[in-house]
Design a protein around this ligand. Structure first.
Ligand SMILES: [Zn+2]
Length: 207
């Protein structure tokens, strides 16, 4: 039974999350209602974009509150991929925001490299945009998981594989897209921009 007045993000966080979604749509990373974005409210709940909405025209009403199991606490249908966001908030207490995009480079590379199980990067200055990375010589590893329409099963598989490993800044879903997160919306946004840039570099280099 949804609460009448669920907890929600403060106004500044709402604006930042909607702005992130809007920018991703403008860049072609979240077209045709794809992608989803969330931010932690507290230790028990987070706000996530509603399912089926254009990410270029989201409004505050499209941010719904769910608990850390992904159950709705407000009226409306949260993203179908809410269990994947919930997995991150449960296992990573420091995670304050999650961004998920369906960009062309993430889609193409996750298919091309699926058999290898990960995209491994080294030698890129841009990697230093990722929390804890201090040198271009660091090795960045983005695990690639097979896509699965059963998102609860997929979330469990990801949980078993990477758990709370703080060396992992994000992962790819095969033929689907990218998940990344950060301490807050600003850091998740920075990680997203950096990883999407790195994916574009790898794609160009392979052509
Ligand atoms: Zn998706």
């Amino acid at each position: 039974m949804p609460l009448l007045q669920p907890k929600c993000l403060d106004d500044e966080a709402k604006t930042a999350l909607l702005s992130l979604a809007n920018r991703c749509h403008a860049r072609g990373w979240a077209l045709a209602t794809s992608g989803n974005f969330s931010a932690r409210i507290d230790g028990e709940s987070f706000a996530i974009t509603a399912t089926g909405r254009c990410k270029g025209t989201l409004a505050e009403v499209d941010l719904l509150t769910v608990d850390l199991a992904g159950n709705p606490l407000s009226v409306g249908r949260p993203s179908a991929e809410t269990p994947l966001h919930a997995q991150i908030y449960r296992r990573r207490p420091d995670a304050g925001a999650v961004a998920h995009t369906h960009s062309m480079p993430a889609t193409v590379l996750s298919r091309a490299l699926a058999a290898e199980g990960a995209l491994v990067l080294t030698g890129y200055e841009m990697a230093k945009a990722l929390a804890g990375v201090t040198s271009h010589e660091a090795t960045i590893r983005l695990p690639i998981f097979p896509n699965d329409q059963d998102v609860h099963r997929l979330a469990a598989k990801i949980d078993d594989s990477i758990g709370d490993d703080d060396r992992v800044h994000g992962y790819l879903l095969e033929g689907h897209g990218l998940y990344t997160w950060g301490r807050d919306i600003a850091e998740a946004s920075r990680h997203l921009e950096a990883i999407e840039f790195l994916l574009q570099c790898v794609l160009h280099a392979r052509r």
